[in-house]
Design a protein around this ligand. Structure first.
Ligand code: DHE
Length: 560
């Protein structure tokens, strides 16, 4: 069997245009992965395209480009649409949520051209990442026996904020009482979230590069004690919270390879890797890249709630016996993303964002309770917001990425059975492009951000609703106050977006990130929850691109 050497893409444009065919008797065979009319692309360009795709596009469209929050971009589709269409889409974006990479200046004209050509080619599949790779990356920096046996600092740990410094690949630990930066710690590339162990001692941070860093908050100066990589792309991390299992396990979910891993809660030693590849819940068609989105720990059972995006399955993973792992697989809806618990912690609500729905799971019974259409486009709750509505009783709220609406879901099947698991009210906030919504049991306010709104003023502001003034007439929208958080930050340069409201421990203050470009000044703005007046602006050269903030007490106890 004589087979031509595959064409070297660096052979020059003319060579690259030639079809890569080989002759096998009378049959013409195409070399896999290379099509006759593939665009010219050198190896360097392909490498750069892969890097840009990974950093900017994979989160929404998937590594294999099968689509989720973003549309599918497999070559059958991109070739149908053609180069010009892709080039203009990447340049100008779309109102449905595709960023305007070209006109915003985030990608140069040359890179937009490169990406339009890159998308016409087959996507490369990154390598798998199994136990040998994980163990090779795993480091225990301070053995458990060498760690303090009691808290060695005078930090009020419960009121500490772990602040993501996205583009610095760091987190800042800021004292919620004094606003002092207690430590800045190196973590992974494009840090995504922080979560806290049940005892409140250990802080876990995960980066987009799937690096997990475990920080001991009892040390004189809190510092990493263990780290590991669990894949090449990831977003979620959580720890075991059920009684008797506090601090015992950590779990991280990967986008690539599609899998989750359960680790030892003291050392991050990887114990169990479970692939999430499998069939889509309803069509029963195999999907090669069902990514792990949010993970929450149940308070009712020794279980992790693992949300698998593309197959639409919610996995209740029983961690009480890892050798005989029991998993309840709940059929929910495709494109599961983020979510949180209700105020009793029994029910879990997760957005199937590209389907416009919220799936509700009873964590006590391990069953799907309801699948509710929110009426808005692309619900994006973060962990959501729980409060008692003056008319409808206990509700959980989500805002939307695709429009300006806020939807309230009744969460009290006992006291308000008629309203349970229904959208009881829906009203407008500032505008589309909202990512997070927040309140606190001690607050009478509901805060809604809009960082991805194309209007600079809206994306730098926050809407605040007075919960007590919310009425029962669905035809009358509650009024809101607009807080000009970006303006309060007093940043002259750039176009900062205001993102992710987070309360301090007692719910008296709410913090906002004023998220600017990497080279520009950013800030944290702290607002008094009662008066809605500016309390303080935290600025420091070390506060580079702050996004998420996680109060230790509220995060570990699921207070939101
Ligand atoms: Fe996030 C939570 C995925 C873009 C800031 N983000 C989450 C969770 C997931 C996720 C699955 C839930 C984790 C959990 O609870 O276990 N995020 C994704 C994406 O796939 C997406 C859309 C695109 C991407 O390429 O990453 C994306 N996220 C963003 C951003 O652009 C934000 C604003 C800044 C950033 O860091 O990239 C951002 N995501 C956050 C924050 C949370 C989060 C702050 C935690 C919110 C909370 O209150 O718990």
């Amino acid at each position: 069997l004589a087979q031509d050497k595959p064409k070297d893409h660096t052979d020059g444009p003319a060579a690259a245009y030639e079809p890569s065919m080989t002759t096998l008797g009378q049959i013409q065979v195409e070399i896999p992965g290379r099509k006759a009319d593939d665009p010219v692309m050198t190896q360097e360009e392909f490498q750069r395209g892969t890097q840009i795709y990974f950093e900017r596009c994979a989160g929404c469209h998937g590594v294999l480009r099968k689509g989720a929050t973003g549309k599918p971009l497999t070559p059958d589709i991109t070739r149908e649409n053609g180069y010009d269409y892709l080039q203009s889409f990447i340049t100008y974006g779309s109102p449905a949520g595709m960023p305007n990479w070209g006109t915003s200046g985030e990608l140069s004209e040359a890179d937009v051209d490169l990406m339009a050509r890159y998308l016409l080619l087959e996507p490369p599949a990154p390598p798998e990442f199994g136990m040998p790779e994980m163990r090779a990356s795993w480091k225990v920096l301070v053995e458990p026996s060498a760690r303090p046996t009691e808290k060695m600092n005078d930090i009020d740990i419960d009121n500490l904020m772990s602040v993501t410094l996205r583009d610095a690949g760091q987190i800042a630990l800021i004292d919620g009482g004094t606003y002092e930066i207690k430590a800045v710690i190196d973590t992974g590339y494009a840090v995504h979230i922080s979560r806290i162990s049940a005892s409140g001692r250990y802080l876990f941070v995960i980066g987009r590069d799937a690096k997990v860093v475990m920080i001991d908050l009892w040390m004189e100066t809190p510092a990493p004690v263990a780290e590991i990589r669990i894949g090449s792309e990831a977003r979620s991390i959580e720890t075991s919270k059920f009684e008797g299992f506090e601090d015992k396990y950590a779990i991280a979910g990967a986008y690539w390879p599609p899998q989750y891993v359960i680790m030892d809660g003291d050392t991050l030693e990887p114990l169990k890797i479970v692939s999430t590849r499998g069939n889509i819940y309803d069509e029963q068609i195999y999907h090669p890249e069902p990514r792990v989105a949010s993970i929450l720990a149940s308070h009712f059972k020794p279980e992790f709630i693992v949300n698998v995006k593309e197959t639409g399955k919610i996995l209740m993973v029983d961690y009480s016996d890892l050798k005989n792992l029991k998993t309840t697989e709940i059929e929910a809806e495709r494109f599961l993303h983020d979510g949180g618990l209700d105020s009793t912690h029994r029910y879990f609500m997760v957005a199937a964002n590209a389907r416009g729905k919220i799936a509700v799971v009873d964590t006590k019974e391990g069953k799907l309770t309801a699948l509710v259409e929110t009426g808005g486009a692309t619900p994006h709750p973060g962990r959501g917001a729980n409060f008692t509505h003056p008319v409808y009783g206990p509700v959980w709220a989500t805002s939307h990425l695709g429009d300006e609406s806020v939807a309230l879901l009744g969460t009290d099947p006992e006291g308000h059975a008629d309203q349970a698991w229904k959208i009881v009210d829906s009203f407008y906030a500032l505008g589309g492009g909202s990512l997070f919504i927040k309140t606190h049991p001690n607050s009478q306010h509901l805060y809604v951000d809009a960082p991805l709104n194309p209007d600079a003023e809206i994306s730098a502001s926050v809407a605040v609703f007075d919960i007590a003034a919310m009425g029962g007439d669905p035809n009358v929208d509650p009024e809101f106050t607009t807080l000009p958080i970006g303006e309060w930050a007093g940043i002259a340069d750039g176009q900062p977006r205001v993102v992710q409201p987070e309360f301090n421990k007692d719910g008296s203050e709410i913090w906002f990130s004023v998220w600017n470009g990497k080279e520009k000044e950013s800030a944290i703005v702290v607002v008094d929850d009662k008066t809605l007046e500016l309390k303080t602006v935290i600025k420091d050269p070390r506060l580079v691109t702050p996004t998420g903030k996680f109060n230790v007490y509220n995060t570990r106890n699921d207070v939101y």
